[in-house]
Write a protein that binds this ligand. Structure first.
Ligand code: ATP
Length: 140
């Protein structure tokens, strides 16, 4: 069977569509590490962790943030479903900085009822959003 030239990316959250387009390559943050999907990739179902996603069409790369998702590769399609995701250009840096400060304060001055895991997850999301937003803005 001929290898398809591009791969269809369907990337959604319950709140919004991030991408519905034909791309040449997608890189996702799998639980076991980052992995790339190119046209002709074998079928795959993978859990995703919090982190950056990029997808490329020709020389143009787009970046996004993802938290808690799954990716399914079937034939010429990659379906990415996440509980939370934003395109890099939609990340509000001020909000992410505030979330990071809140998480830092909670972790630095733990109270008896502090949910450490929640604070840690908040911190991880904020740091990842800041990295993605700043990198993509630097690249222009
Ligand atoms: P915050 O404390 O600022 O709400 P959070 O990490 O608790 O941050 P999430 O639960 O990850 O927020 O996301 C809740 C909703 O807010 C989602 O729709 C997500 O896309 C959006 N969101 C969260 N932070 C940002 C941000 N910095 N820029 C743009 N959208 C954001």
């Amino acid at each position: 069977m001929a290898i398809p030239k591009s791969i269809r990316l369907e990337f959604v959250t319950p709140e919004r569509a991030i991408a519905h387009e034909d791309v040449d390559e997608v890189e996702l943050p799998g639980e076991e590490g980052f992995f790339a999907v190119l046209p002709g990739h074998a079928p795959l179902l993978a859990a995703l962790k919090t982190g950056p996603v990029w997808y490329r069409t020709g020389g143009e790369k787009r970046y996004a943030f993802i938290a808690d998702g799954f990716a399914e590769v079937t034939g010429d399609r990659v379906s990415v479903l996440a509980s939370v995701a934003e395109r890099a250009e939609d990340i509000d840096i001020t909000r992410a900085e505030a979330a990071k400060r809140r998480a830092e304060d909670r972790l630095a001055k733990p109270t008896a009822d502090l949910d450490m895991e929640r604070a840690r997850i908040g911190m991880l999301r904020a740091i990842s959003r800041l990295q993605i937003a700043r990198q993509s803005r630097t690249r222009g």
